[in-house]
Write a protein of this length. Structure first.
Length: 363
């Protein structure tokens, strides 16, 4: 097999969005599949383990991607070169967002002996890229991230298999019935439930915690069973949001376990964060509280029933801010808990709002 390196150096959501492109590279050419090695950062490695088509994962924290960034040292660069050489890589496909350059990594890959490299670059690439995509009609800046990645893979010569619809996908999910089972249920059976995931790694993308708490209370009053999820560092948040009547699962699962919980849900309420894309990967409808610091057309949950809430034309639009630059965080704080509950009702009834399509298209 040809050994192809696919690169996505960001966090969980970014790696999940690379999934369709990874499967296209895995499919190879003329029914000859490739051996795929995924190079990702430490923050995306948990997602890498869930992606179909990945044969091997290399983990390396990039000084031009990770925040806070590791120092640029010869030793750190040598670690990556050694990993690439040891993996016997023949070719590389570098997946980046519009604001990222593939060129620093392409230089390291060249020095490690990779003979063919594909990437998208606004800047002149010289001999660093063999196949270079440039922004234009055939490669617009405003497109879903999953489709951007697929176009980069296509430029390298790799297309999805005919039966592959290009949706996000994960595998190797564990049984989490002991966490989702309703009290008093037999054989671990789980009554229908809604998941509320209040946390996010980027503060500018978070819905106010007390709003989340009110959402849980209103959902329970409307007859929904509510599970509140979060990571090990979010236990105080999930406990507060869950209150006395929600099910607090903060810190009780890894990413794979969270995927199983989301897969069993009737709907998920979350911000623009990794779990939104994980929900899309398991096919669960998403109420996404989306701060416009990045464009929804690129980053909204992909190919899944969706309700997009939040002012997509707020002053923070397209700033890529990690902390909200507008006092009061109005793009999300002005969304009422009642609006969130109405969105859940629409999704669980199978009638998503037409307004979401306009919001995503016009974002």
């Amino acid at each position: 097999m040809k050994r192809v390196l696919v690169v996505r150096l960001d966090s969980v959501g970014d790696v999940l969005l690379a999934g369709p492109a990874i499967r296209a590279v895995k499919a190879g050419i003329n029914n000859e599949p490739n051996h795929v090695t995924l190079l990702c950062g430490r923050t995306g490695s948990a997602a890498a383990a869930l992606l179909p088509g990945v044969d091997q994962t290399l983990i390396w924290d990039s000084p031009w991607i990770v925040d806070p960034a590791p120092p640029v040292t010869q030793e750190h660069m040598n670690v990556l070169q050694d990993k690439i050489c040891d993996a016997g890589i023949d070719e590389a496909v570098i997946l980046t967002s519009f604001h990222q350059s593939p060129l620093p990594l392409a230089l390291i890959l060249r020095l490690a002996g990779v003979s063919r490299i594909t990437g998208a670059s606004v800047d002149y690439a010289g001999s660093l890229l063999d196949v270079r995509l440039k922004p234009g009609e055939d490669f617009p800046e405003d497109q879903p991230e999953a489709e951007r990645a697929l176009r980069i893979a296509d430029a390298a010569g790799y297309r999805p298999e005919p039966h592959d619809e290009g949706r996000l996908a994960v595998h190797n999910l564990p049984d989490v019935g002991h966490l989702t089972a309703a009290p008093g249920s037999e054989s671990g059976e789980s009554d229908p439930y809604v998941v509320v995931h209040p946390g996010a790694a980027v503060p500018a993308r978070t819905f106010p915690p007390l709003h989340h708490k009110a959402v849980v209370e209103l959902l329970i009053a409307a007859g929904y069973r509510v599970l509140v999820t979060g990571g090990p560092g979010e236990k105080d948040l999930t406990a507060m949001v869950a209150g006395p009547d929600g099910v607090d699962l903060g810190g009780r699962t890894d990413l794979a376990g969270l995927g199983s919980i989301l897969k069993g849900a009737a709907a998920v309420v979350t911000g623009n964060t990794g779990p939104a894309h994980l929900a899309a990967a398991v096919g669960t409808p998403v109420v996404c509280l989306f701060a416009p610091v990045v464009p929804a057309i690129r980053w909204a949950p992909y190919k899944v029933p969706l309700e997009l809430l939040g002012n997509q034309h707020a002053p923070c639009r397209d700033t890529r801010a990690r902390n909200c630059p507008v006092p009061g965080h109005p793009c999300l704080s002005n969304v009422s808990p009642e609006e969130v509950v109405d969105a859940v009702v629409r999704l669980t009834s199978g009638v998503p709002s037409l307004g979401t399509r306009r919001k995503v298209r016009n974002a």
